[in-house]
Design a binder for this molecule. Structure first.
Ligand code: PLP
Length: 369
């Protein structure tokens, strides 16, 4: 079976983890600081806060907004992993679903603009499969909303699929919003579990540093009780064990990402014009990271059967979140997502594919289903 995902662990990870064991310090210590410096340099943003997971990063980002009051609504996409949206619920806020653009599978920004209201506290966009949302257009929409409502909703970018992606030549993570990366086992860059929150300003950065560990200043003289919690947080920080794995994988992730992109370019070329299959729309001003390779197909059940029989793992990465029972009361009409949901399918595109593998994928699809 050609898998849809594969865990990428650098050969040096074991030695780095052994060093942490030998140090006798397993929690948040020097390796976390070293990992954060390396990530800040990669992203071109010094205001980074490592966390225990992408989910922790989303919870922390939402906690940095005001306490839920009259502006308790978060506009979000239903086409994402459940972590994005359940973090909103965990923060005691209300989700309003925004439709999906069938051409890119990212948020429909026209629908977003229509739905921003005086109750909107924040917007979460997801760079689905690592394809960047049009961030300049999004900023323009927020400028107009601010003029109309006298308040600018915060933007949180869910970059869980998008390590290494860039928009207009600048890496995601430094476009003026809060951004959350995931270093979960299956993501491009993994720590086993881990995540990163990037901040657009120093004040937010300082608050996030405190709130990732209960709001406690770890440099204070705690044995003398010389500390105060002004804003509470929970246990969202990263450990040296996880940071050591991340540091090792930072050495190999660029080459892996290059292979994801090379395989995607191969599919772009070889799958163009295949009857019953439609490629996603992509703009030359941004570079995706191709976590998976999404296409739209007619008769998806038959497509699945064909791929399975050929030993190729293909399918849905996530179920549309708005159809889960726990959020049934929030359902709304989403014609864009309806038009595409039964045709979406993710194909394997990662570094683990051999040349024969990707040729096999293309030949299988071209022979029809
Ligand atoms: C993986 C993922 C998350 C959550 O990240 P964790 O590190 O697993 O908590 C959030 N959003 C999306 C889109 C994801 O794929």
């Amino acid at each position: 079976m050609i898998p849809l995902f594969k865990v990428a662990v650098s050969p040096t990870a074991l030695d780095r983890v052994a060093e942490v064991f030998a140090s006798g310090y397993l929690g948040q210590g020097p390796r976390v600081a070293e990992f954060e410096s390396a990530l800040a340099a990669r992203l071109g943003n010094p205001r980074v806060v490592s966390v225990h997971s992408g989910t922790s990063g989303l919870c922390l980002a939402l906690r940095l907004l005001d306490a839920p009051e009259e502006r308790d609504e978060v506009l979000s996409t239903p086409l994402t992993f459940e972590a994005t949206n359940w973090a909103i619920l965990a923060d005691g806020r209300r989700i309003t679903w925004v439709d999906v653009d069938p051409a890119t599978l990212t948020m429909d920004l026209d629908d977003l603009e229509r739905k921003i209201s005086p109750a909107t506290r924040a917007i979460i966009v997801v760079h689905w499969t690592g394809y960047p949302v049009d961030l300049d257009r999004l900023a323009g929409i927020l400028d107009r909303a601010e003029r109309e409502h006298g308040f600018r909703p915060a933007v949180i970018e869910d970059c869980a699929h998008a390590w290494g992606a860039s928009y207009r030549g600048v890496p995601l993570g430094s476009h003026g919003n809060m951004c959350v990366f995931s270093f979960q086992a299956l993501k491009h860059l993994t720590c086993g579990d881990g995540g990163l929150l990037t901040l657009p300003g120093d004040e937010l950065h300082e608050r996030a540093m405190l709130r990732r560990f209960y709001g406690i200043d770890r440099t204070a003289d705690r044995l003398r009780g010389a500390y105060d919690v002004a804003e509470w947080g929970l246990k969202w920080h990263m450990t040296d064990l996880n940071a050591a794995i991340g540091l090792a994988n930072l050495e190999t992730v660029d080459e892996q990402l290059r292979l994801h992109r090379e395989n995607a370019a191969f599919y772009d070329k070889e799958l163009t014009g295949v009857p019953g299959l439609e490629l996603l729309q992509r703009s030359p001003d941004r570079e995706g990271s191709f976590y998976v390779y999404d296409v739209k197909v007619d008769d998806r059940p038959a497509f699945h059967r064909k791929m399975e029989a050929a030993g190729i793992m293909a399918g849905l990465v996530s179920r549309r979140n708005d159809e889960h029972s726990c959020v049934a009361h929030l359902r709304t009409s989403l014609p864009g997502l309806d038009s595409v949901y039964d045709r979406m399918v993710s194909l394997p595109v990662g570094w683990w594919l051999t040349e024969q593998d990707r040729e096999h994928v293309v030949a299988t699809i071209r022979s029809g289903w």
